[in-house]
Design a protein around this ligand. Structure first.
Ligand code: DX5
Ligand code: ZN
Length: 220
């Protein structure tokens, strides 16, 4: 098993001190997970390109951003994010009928590209896309809010993706987002996850570095 990496989700951070919150996790973060919600695709509103681009321009964030678009119009707003080669933009399969064209459009920004699905969407529709993708983000909860309970049905989707990736020559990363904590991380990693996205299990704790260490200690 390769090393499991962590992406703290700032959805559970204090938005009034975003830079300091990000700084508090950079030591243990592979990337910073930025949840973008529009109040349509999911019933919640968060932040968009303005805030994300300010973070980039602040020059105080030294960790790549992983921008998770939970919005109806990734075609319009995806290209508004300022990104570099280490950053990633992930959109939802349900938000476009032309995913391959959107991969190209977003790659044209110079970043990595990933896709996600709501839990009810069929995972096999992702299989033909794997070679185009840097990452597949499997939702462990219905997208929209932090702090929800992990739905174990995600395990089967992770296993199916892992099998498919292993059979092919791609090295697409499988990440899992939602409900991740020391008590849920084990089966997810056994199923094939490479990256863990966690909001409340990290930002809900006083000592964020220790919170990630606690998840590492729970790895199988
Ligand atoms: C949910 C978001 C997640 C969220 C996870 O729609 O996509 O990134 O921050 O939060 P936790 O880790 O608290 O379940
Ligand atoms: Zn997310």
């Amino acid at each position: 098993m390769s090393e499991i990496v962590f992406a703290p989700s700032i959805l559970s951070a204090d938005f009034g001190r975003l830079v300091q919150e990000i700084e508090s996790v950079e030591e243990v973060a592979d990337s910073i997970h930025v949840d973008v919600m529009d109040g349509h695709f999911v019933p919640n509103i968060t932040i968009g390109p303005l805030v994300s681009n300010s973070l980039k321009r602040s020059n105080r964030v030294n960790t790549p951003l992983s921008i998770h678009l939970m919005i109806d119009d990734p075609w319009k707003y995806g290209p508004e994010f300022e990104v570099d080669s280490e950053d990633m933009i992930l959109f939802h399969r349900e938000a476009t009928d032309r995913p391959f064209e959107l991969f190209d459009r977003l790659r044209g920004l110079g970043c990595k590209v990933g896709i996600s699905q709501k839990p009810a969407s069929p995972v096999d529709e992702i299989f033909p896309m794997l070679e185009e993708l840097d990452e597949v983000l499997v939702m462990g909860v219905e997208p929209g809010f932090g702090g929800q309970e992990f739905n174990p049905e995600a395990i089967e989707r992770i296993e199916a993706l892992e099998r498919r990736i292993r059979e092919s020559s791609h090295d697409t990363v499988i990440s899992v987002d939602g409900g991740m904590s020391p008590s849920t991380i084990g089966p997810v990693v056994r199923a094939g996850a490479d990256k863990i996205v966690a909001g409340s299990a990290i930002f809900g704790k006083e000592d964020r570095v220790q919170a990630v260490r606690d998840m590492e200690d729970a790895l199988p």
